[in-house]
Design a protein. Structure first.
Length: 168
């Protein structure tokens, strides 16, 4: 459908652009993410395996890479449902950084609230994209339908078998 071919790249563009910007200059997003990461990753840092990165700049760069990769996949229609889910998962910590309720300055508070609400809107669009089956029934529906049809055929076949040695 033409709508998907237009809507997906439009939705994906903000993630690809933001990811590239973050990889080029990771310092501002890292500084913004540090308080949130200290409250989340900082609490479990000691219990995480050594291979799991906990450095804020590394985590911000990983998030940017996910946004670029999944954004390109969504934009080009490759694994769009998976790409939308990855972007939605990546958007949650990004949205948590815009803690407008903690700010005193009205101008900064309004700006962060706008970013927060914009991200919630993007999250809604991503959830719709993740649920989009191109007008085809979902795998769960098809599986249930197949099982029901197989049961019906088995029941019909069992009724067609003549009883041998039946007492009259």
């Amino acid at each position: 459908m033409i709508l998907r071919r237009v809507a997906r790249p439009l939705l994906a563009a903000v993630f690809v652009s933001g990811g590239i910007t973050t990889l080029r200059n990771p310092t501002p997003p890292t500084k913004a993410a540090e308080p949130v990461l200290d409250n989340t990753v900082g609490r479990v840092r000691d219990s995480l395996p050594q291979q799991v990165p906990t450095n804020p700049e590394t985590l911000v760069k990983l998030d940017a890479a996910v946004k670029i990769g999944a954004g390109l996949a969504l934009g080009f229609g490759r694994f769009p449902r998976l790409a939308a889910l990855l972007l939605a998962g990546s958007l949650v910590p990004t949205t948590a950084v815009h803690r407008f309720w903690d700010l005193e300055d009205p101008g900064e508070r309004t700006e962060q609230q706008i970013h927060f609400l914009k991200n919630l809107g993007l999250l809604g669009g991503l959830l719709i994209a993740a649920a989009d089956t191109h007008g085809k029934p979902s795998l769960a529906w098809r599986g249930k339908r197949t099982a029901r049809d197989a049961g019906k055929r088995a029941h019909d076949a069992a009724g067609a078998i003549p009883a041998v040695g039946r007492l009259k």
